[in-house]
Design a protein around this ligand. Structure first.
Ligand SMILES: Cc1cc2nc3c(=O)[nH]c(=O)nc-3n(C[C@H](O)[C@H](O)[C@H](O)COP(=O)(O)O)c2cc1C
Length: 168
């Protein structure tokens, strides 16, 4: 059985130390790539069919609308993973409005995670999971959701030790 690292990460403007910055590579992607390196697992990028806006304010507006209406936007490429191959699945995301982006909710809808070992990780501006772990427990009944790793976006390039420990 194999390990999967599935993650969503937004390229464009983001919130860092309460300031808007332009990221060439998403923070969550940085962590996901290191996890793939340390675990030897397969890396999979969760992508939305209709791209989230580059501009922070526009992205925030759409994220708020999706959050308020609990929209589950379509995934680019649909559900193309064979989840039967995997027993351990790292699921990574930025915190948007105290939980995972709705496109990650769409991803969780698509597959049967029962009996799987789930290892959540997130990046954010505040250092916590918000309500995302609770929400994930509700969405993935029958899965075993382990302790998660939360890293502040400003720290992703200095978090190797934590990421390595999490991968073991
Ligand atoms: C639409 C949007 C909403 C956000 N909401 C929060 C939030 O509620 N709490 C928080 O700590 N950070 C929030 N952030 C900051 C991101 O979680 C943080 O910059 C994260 O590291 C981005 O990861 P990424 O580059 O992989 O997308 C938000 C960012 C965006 C774009």
């Amino acid at each position: 059985m194999k390990t999967l690292i599935a993650y969503f990460s937004h390229v464009g403007e983001n919130l860092q130390d309460n300031e808007i910055v332009e990221l060439k590579k998403g923070n969550t992607e940085v962590v996901a790539e290191k996890l793939a390196q340390y675990t030897g697992g397969d890396l999979y990028k969760i992508e939305e069919d209709e791209p989230y806006p580059f501009k922070y304010d526009d992205c925030l507006r759409r994220a708020r609308r999706e959050d308020e209406n609990n929209e589950h936007p379509a995934l680019k490429g649909g559900a193309r993973l064979n989840m039967d191959e995997y027993d351990t699945i790292y699921i990574g995301f930025p915190i948007w409005y105290r939980t995972y982006p709705r496109v990650v909710a769409s991803f969780l809808d698509q597959y049967d995670f029962s009996g799987k070992q789930i290892r959540p990780f997130c990046t954010n501006d505040e250092g916590t999971f918000g309500i995302s772990l609770l929400e994930m427990q509700g969405a993935l009944k029958g899965a075993q959701i382990g302790n998660g790793l939360a890293i502040r976006g400003v720290n992703v390039y200095e978090a190797d030790d934590k990421i390595k420990a999490f991968a073991e």
